[in-house]
Design a protein around this ligand. Structure first.
Ligand SMILES: NC(=O)c1ccc[n+]([C@@H]2O[C@H](COP(=O)([O-])OP(=O)(O)OC[C@H]3O[C@@H](n4cnc5c(N)ncnc54)[C@H](OP(=O)(O)O)[C@@H]3O)[C@@H](O)[C@H]2O)c1
Length: 316
């Protein structure tokens, strides 16, 4: 059930994602998920539901369902909070909302920088160009958060190799995590290899194809990874669901999936899937799926005149 970190500490290797949980439903889903065995919860300040997540966590701790030290809580620095001096104040804000003294993991959400007063740009002037606040400067703030004990581990999300190298070149603490989109339609072999060689653990977002995401970043005729016929064939042979097969394929690659669900049956089957071992031949059949699709695109950041491009963010 655990993914071993470089320092030997274990991280439960499946997380419940909390993106787009509606505020009034979040408490019950997170509370029940912890009761049912989830120990890893993926949050972000931009999900705007950390208070509800925190209430559920703290009620579970107070009720004796779980101990704080057995939970792994991740949260993320939003794009308008880059800059060394902004990291600790923003982490403290998330900690206050979550009702926690520390998080287990704090991640820079994107290698994209907005003006401080802008939550989501609608005009090009609302971005700061790459390099105006170098990622390595923000990273110094992340290191300070780790040094202060407010984040046990620090890392990044949606970083490609070039962006990781910007941080690695003079990091005191190396990034311990990179959370990126990975599933059978986006295998990310080059980036996964780079991270694994550099002891950067991977967690996956949009693991099942994120079909609940906003329509602005959805295409009408997009493929559904969950319905892929090769996956259906293998899952039928193994008598498991397609979702379980994707989860097992990731865990067998040493990647910890993050998956959102509001459905108790799905939550249970997802948790059970981390114990499924796949043969080399099953793994290879999944690797041989040729379709390629990215569900979480950078369209939000590519408004006309924006200094950020798909290649800057995602190009391998
Ligand atoms: N770092 C970032 O920038 C970033 C970006 C996006 C996401 N994330 C993180 O990654 C998490 C997961 O990504 P996501 O929420 O976009 O999408 P996802 O986990 O790929 O997909 C969620 C969808 O899958 C369905 N689902 C879950 N388990 C299932 C199962 N066993 N069988 C069939 N359907 C199932 C859910 O429906 P039901 O509710 O009906 O189960 C939900 O609609 C997020 O919640 C968030 O924590 C991070």
């Amino acid at each position: 059930m655990n993914l071993l970190l470089t320092n030997g500490n274990p991280m439960p290797n499946i997380a419940i994602g909390t993106w787009r949980f509606k505020r009034n439903g979040t408490y019950a889903i997170v509370y029940e998920a912890i009761k049912d065995g989830y120990r890893n919860i993926d949050c972000a300040s931009c999900f705007r539901n950390e208070r509800e997540v925190g209430r559920a966590i703290n009620d579970c701790i107070r009720g004796g369902i779980v101990k704080r030290e057995d939970l792994w809580i991740t949260t993320k620095l939003w794009n308008n909070c880059h800059g060394e001096e902004n990291v600790i104040p923003n982490l403290k804000h998330s900690l206050a909302d979550l009702g926690l003294d520390y998080v287990d993991s704090y991640l820079i959400n994107w290698p994209v920088v907005f003006r401080k007063d802008i939550t989501m740009p609608v005009h090009r002037d609302e971005f700061l160009a790459p390099g105006e606040i170098p990622l390595s400067e923000t990273w110094k703030g992340m290191e300070a958060a780790k040094g202060a004990g407010l984040a046990r581990t620090i890392g990044v999300s949606n970083f490609n190799i070039a962006r990781l190298e910007e941080i690695l070149k003079d990091a005191y603490y190396k990034p311990e995590f990179n959370q990126i989109e990975i599933h059978p339609y986006l295998k990310q072999e080059k980036l996964v290899n780079f991270c694994q060689k550099n002891d950067i653990k991977l967690t996956s977002l949009a693991t099942l194809g994120a079909f609940d995401r906003p329509s602005m970043i959805k295409k009408k005729d997009e493929p559904a990874v969950l319905l892929n016929p090769v996956l259906t064939e293998i899952a039928t042979e193994l008598n498991i669901s397609n979702a379980q097969l994707i989860i097992a394929w990731l865990v067998n690659r040493g990647i910890a999936p993050v998956i959102k669900s509001t459905n108790p049956n799905h939550l249970r089957e997802n948790l059970e899937a981390v114990n499924i071992r796949l043969s080399e031949s099953h793994m290879n059949r999944i690797f041989s799926i040729s379709e390629k699709y990215r569900y979480i695109s950078s369209e939000y950041f590519e408004i006309p005149g924006s200094p950020y491009t798909h290649d800057y963010i995602f190009e391998e």
